[in-house]
Design a protein around this ligand. Structure first.
Ligand code: C2E
Ligand code: CA
Ligand code: CA
Length: 655
């Protein structure tokens, strides 16, 4: 397009230059028409010549009477005419032909001589002049005739030039008009293209604006997603930290920030037994309750899993604890999810910022408080105290000490008897770990078993108890049962079956004498590997007991998921069995279920005769507790060593 426009503009420039040239040409052609005057001048010169000749003839004939003034006039006219012939285009015409040139020169000489000598010339002198002039007559006549022919030829030439110029002019004009039309067409087209380009650009701009808006929305969404929990829509851990940092800045200006960390009690069980959908809905409902209870300016976050946090500002210790109590109370109200009534509790750790607190430190304080609250049991609230840090250090040191405890021989196995309810005869023992720390003294299993589970040491510890217990039981002269506790963590190992098998093989203990106690949480994972391990253990004859029956979320559900051999009713129910009708009802139910499912029932934690009588009345098969015997070292089992006792008891059992 640009090239075409350039060519057209060049054409215009060339055409304009050519027009100037053509006009100049035309002017010169027109000038040639002025030549008509040349023919006139030549004819005038010829007439003057004839008149001069005539005057000279008259003058010579009249002699001295003749009028010399007329003669003088003729000579002057002739000189004048000859002057005209020597000028302009006539001069070119004369000079272009040698004959003409000679003629005019000769005539000029004669007339000049005549002019110079006129005063002294007599009649003879005039005659001589006439004689000199007479040869010019013919050439003068031809000159007069040839100038006309010359002019006609020049005219024809000029006309030709004019015609040619006319054609060129017309052609150029037509060309220019055409170029103009093309130019207009091109300009229109150009305009059209510009319009289209403008429309296109506008569309592109609109699209770009839309895309940028979309991008902005997406950015906002991403920004929101990065800072919020997808399930509950609550701010997440990142926003929690940012908000806490900002509040701590204000805390320095006299507005202390407080963190309330929540952990739901038994949420994992809800998820495992009722499904993740129910778990998700429950979390959403809890989030809503927390939001409803908090004040404007408080931040409710979900930190992950079943962990929530509330960040508040301007609370005293009492106000923060009061707030936590209200939240715990509200959370523990029943929920209705998918037509199911769900009840869930929570523990809370509370920490208040002081002047020096930073985000990490304050969060750690709240976390420690929560840890302590959880250790106290479901529904507890703890406010951070500096002693908690000391206790944390202790726990850490337990962690390191436990690694060496086994090699150092600080850990041993104690055995607690289990008896048949009717006869009160010992029918088995439960192996229970004991750790005597060189500095701390006795460390209860409730303190170190969770640590061993956390560090993974439970696998080594579990294998060791199994070996020790099987070895011990194999020594006995009575075929009493030996119960060994298994942690849910041990089921994560693929070698569990192998460990049990090896312990039995090494000790030579009959598998039917080994009883493994597991809690329902082992089954909640619904892991095929776990079930497979349990089935294989049962296949070789090992017995499986459900420990702590009634404390979990779905004890009855777990019973239907796996064919247990024994149900161990938790001691928390036995403790109140004689005083609380609810506990009695639960124990009664457990015994009934065991009977219906043909599972042995055992009650643990029997401390009093009343409790024993109650269990006996209810029909519980076995009992375990301080009433029968406390967990004791192997030295207390001496009565089981030696042949005699074995034979006697075996006879007794057979009879
Ligand atoms: P558990 O399996 O329920 O064990 C019974 C606990 O009740 C034992 O506490 C026992 O000493 C205690 N007990 C027995 N009779 C009575 C009674 O009449 N009154 C009272 N108040 N308590 C009684 P212990 O030995 O402190 O063990 C606590 C828990 O530690 C056990 O609870 C068990 O879960 C775990 N544990 C102990 N040894 C092992 C082990 O070798 N492996 C695993 N995985 N866990 C173990
Ligand atoms: Ca147990
Ligand atoms: Ca128990």
């Amino acid at each position: 397009m640009r090239r075409i426009l350039g060519v057209i503009i060049c054409c215009f420039v060339v055409a304009t230059a050519y027009f100037a040239y053509v006009i100049a040409e035309r002017q010169s052609a027109l000038q040639k028409f002025a030549r008509y005057d040349d023919a006139w001048d030549v004819s005038q010169a010829f007439t003057s010549y004839l008149r001069l000749e005539h005057q000279l003839a008259t003058y010579s004939a009249e002699g001295p009477d003749a009028n010399s003034d007329d003669m003088r006039l003729r000579i002057d006219v002739m000189i004048n005419q000859l002057g005209v012939l020597q000028q302009g285009t006539l001069r070119n015409f004369i000079q272009s032909d040698p004959e003409r040139r000679q003629l005019i020169a000769n005539l000029n000489d004669v007339v000049t001589e005549l002019d110079n000598n006129f005063e002294t010339l007599d009649a003879d002198g005039i005659k001589q002049v006439l004689q000199k002039m007479s040869p010019f007559d013919g050439p003068m006549t031809r000159l007069s005739a040839s100038i006309v022919q010359f002019d006609i030829a020049e005219l024809a030439k000029a006309q030709n030039v004019l015609r040619r110029l006319h054609f060129i002019y017309t052609g150029l004009a037509a060309g220019l008009i055409l170029a103009g039309v093309v130019l207009v067409f091109l300009l229109l087209r150009h305009n059209n293209l510009l319009d289209r380009a403008y429309g296109h650009t506008r569309r592109l701009t609109d699209e770009l604006r839309e895309a940028s808006q979309e991008l902005q929305t997406q950015n906002n969404r991403l920004e929101h997603d990065a800072h919020h929990d997808a399930l509950t829509g609550l701010p997440n851990r990142i926003l929690f930290r940012q908000d806490l940092t900002a509040r701590l800045l204000h805390a320095r200006a006299g507005q202390p920030a407080a963190i309330l960390l929540f952990d739901l009690d038994g949420f994992k069980e809800v998820n495992d037994t009722l499904g993740h959908d129910v778990g998700d809905s429950l979390l959403q409902a809890i989030a809503k309750r927390l939001l409803d209870l908090t004040r404007p300016g408080d931040l409710v976050c979900r930190l992950g899993g079943d962990e929530f946090a509330v960040v508040s500002t301007g609370l005293t210790q009492e106000a923060a604890l009061d707030f936590a109590r209200r939240l715990v109370k509200e959370i523990s109200q029943p929920y209705s999810v998918n037509d199911l009534a769900i009840k869930i509790g929570s523990c809370v750790g509370v920490a208040l910022a002081d002047r020096q607190s930073d985000t990490e430190e304050l969060f750690k304080h709240a976390d420690l408080a929560l840890y302590e609250a959880k250790a106290l049991g479901p529904g507890h609230i703890s406010f951070f105290q500096s002693q908690m840090q000391t206790r944390l250090k202790e726990r850490k040191s337990i962690e390191t000490d436990l690694q060496k405890a086994l090699q150092n021989g600080e850990i041993e196995v104690h055995y607690q008897p289990q008896a048949t309810t009717i006869t009160r005869e010992i029918c088995g023992y439960e192996a229970l770990l004991r750790w005597t720390h060189p500095v701390r003294g006795m460390v209860p299993p409730s303190d170190f078993i969770p640590v061993a589970e956390k560090t993974g040491m439970i696998h080594v510890l579990g294998d060791w108890v199994l070996k020790m217990a099987c070895r011990e039981a194999a020594r006995w002269n009575l075929p009493l049962k030996i119960a060994v506790n298994l942690s849910p963590i041990q089921f994560r190992s693929q070698n569990l079956f192998q460990s049990v098998f090896q312990a039995l093989e090494e000790s030579g203990l009959s598998p039917s004498r080994l009883e493994l106690e597991i809690t329902e949480s082992v089954l909640l994972d619904k892991n095929e590997q776990t079930l497979d391990t349990l089935r294989r253990l049962k296949t070789i004859g090992v017995q499986i007991a459900m420990d702590d029956f009634g404390t979990g979320y779905s004890s009855l559900g777990s019973l239907s998921g796996f064919p247990f051999d024994k149900i161990k009713i938790d001691r928390s129910f036995i403790r109140d069995v004689t005083t609380r009708p609810n506990s009695l009802a639960i124990v009664e139910l457990a015994v009934g279920v065991g009977r219906s499912l043909r599972m042995t029932t055992i009650a643990e934690g029997i401390e009093t005769e009343e409790q024993f009588e109650c269990l006996k009345r209810l029909g519980c098969d076995q009992i375990q507790g301080y009433l029968i015997g406390r967990p004791a070292p192997t030295s207390s089992l001496a009565y089981l060593y030696g042949k005699k006792s074995y034979i006697q008891s075996a006879r007794g059992l057979a009879s």
